[in-house]
Design a protein around this ligand. Structure first.
Ligand code: KET
Length: 398
């Protein structure tokens, strides 16, 4: 019956994480998946989250099906988080928001919507991008292309080439952009560059699709939401998928959201209706607990303040690890420029290591980074950074 089924080649991120779990070597180091680990090597349960959970469990409410679009208090808290309290786009009702199964769920729901209502549109993603972007949009039946982004030679952004491509692609093409902490490169456009992209997107009638998976890991929770706010203020219509996996360390609760900023409230109502139709025919409604935690943490002033402090501490620990690894490698590899560890933003560093070097890291030193050379700085800690530097210096020198 099933002999014709293709074997699954595995996923470049999740399969590597599985391989790490199975690796019996005691000193193994996981710098592959985009998860924030504490200095003790464990995934934290944030204190703000733990308190919210305790409160919700103590209240002992039932667990009904949620509305298709998710909980009203969660959706409204998400809108405030993305656009700021009292933003015109939110106040005027022109943002359609659904709570979703992680931001992966929102990306896919948005992709299905685009396939249905913009069937002629292609999707343009940065070169490179998160591996799953292409799979998700192609899985929804859309054609995926790339625009120039990362410059191997300088470790910076190919901004002129990026603009040139975006100026030349057909109207109503979908342009996927990382709102902060670009995955995998850690290279973000400056505000000046975003301000140059806005009129280009508008004049070319392009449809931006923002992915905000690392809010709080760049500059701050507020500053990392600058792009959607600037887009909304400029009158662009766009999609934004945001995640609480990283910012609240809620990976397995699968809580994220999709917001579509529309020209007016009437169009937002139409869009919301079709997002609901898409959800109903896929998974019917989102899970309940993650959304309850998110709504509680975002709206309870004490929990909110606690959470903001915890996000700051995670961000600062990553920066401290960037500095440590940079300092160690600078000593071990004199003359080699590894400043990218200091200049890239967010969880990841794009190391430029070749596939052969990445394999050597894993096979000889039990250090796991992605085949692309992406290293998760949030997996470094005071106990493994030296061993990581030793391993990297060995493969980079040889
Ligand atoms: N967008 C980006 C850019 C992203 O890096 C991830 C996850 C997601 C969306 C999905 O997150 P969710 O938990 O569905 O809200 N990235 C890490 C994990 C993964 O690949 O699934 C990673 O890049 O390692």
């Amino acid at each position: 019956m099933f002999k014709h089924v293709d074997p699954y080649a595995g996923d470049p991120i999740l399969s590597l994480n599985d391989a790490f779990q199975k690796d019996p070597r005691p000193g193994k180091i996981n710098l592959s998946i985009g998860i924030y680990f504490e200095d003790d090597g464990r995934i934290p349960v944030l204190e703000s989250v733990r308190r919210a959970e305790t409160q919700i469990v103590a209240e002992g409410g039932p667990k009904p099906y949620q509305p298709i679009e998710g909980a009203a208090n969660c959706r409204s808290a998400v809108q405030q988080l993305l656009f700021g309290a009292g933003h015109e786009a939110v106040a005027s009702g022109r943002v359609a928001t659904i709570q979703s199964v992680g931001s992966s769920g929102s990306l896919r729901v948005g992709a299905d919507f685009i396939h249905r209502y913009f069937p002629a549109s292609g999707v343009w993603v940065s070169d490179p991008t998160w591996d799953n972007h292409r799979a998700m949009f192609e899985g929804a039946g859309l054609t995926v292309h790339t625009y120039p982004y990362y410059d191997d030679a300088t470790g910076g952004l190919r901004f002129d080439a990026m603009q040139e491509t975006l100026r030349a692609i057909p109207k109503r093409s979908v342009v996927l952009l990382h709102a902060c902490c670009h995955n995998p490169t850690g290279v973000d456009p400056t505000r000046e560059q975003w301000n140059a992209l806005i009129p280009l997107l508008r004049e070319r009638e392009l449809l931006p699709y923002l992915d905000l998976a690392y809010q709080g890991y760049g500059e701050s929770i507020e500053a990392d939401a600058w792009v959607p706010r600037a887009f909304a203020e400029a009158g662009l219509s766009f999609f934004i998928a945001n995640s609480f996996s990283k910012s609240m360390s809620l990976y397995g609760e699968r809580c994220g959201a999709l917001s579509v900023v529309c020209p007016d409230a009437a169009q937002a109502a139409l869009v919301l209706g079709q997002l609901k139709a898409t959800v109903r025919r896929n998974y019917s409604s989102p899970p309940i607990f993650g959304g309850q935690i998110v709504a509680r943490v975002l709206t309870d002033p004490a929990l909110r303040a606690l959470w903001e402090g915890e996000v700051k501490a995670m961000r600062e620990r990553i920066v401290a690890m960037r500095k440590k690894l940079h300092a160690m490698l600078s000593v071990k590899l004199p003359g080699r420029n590894v400043d990218y560890f200091l200049t890239q933003h967010g969880m990841f560093s794009y190391t430029g290591l070749s596939q052969v070097q990445v394999e050597r890291l894993r096979e000889e030193f039990a250090v796991y980074i992605l085949r692309s050379g992406r290293l998760c700085v949030a997996g470094l800690n005071s106990g493994n950074v030296e061993a990581t530097a030793v391993a990297m210096a060995a493969v980079m020198a040889g």
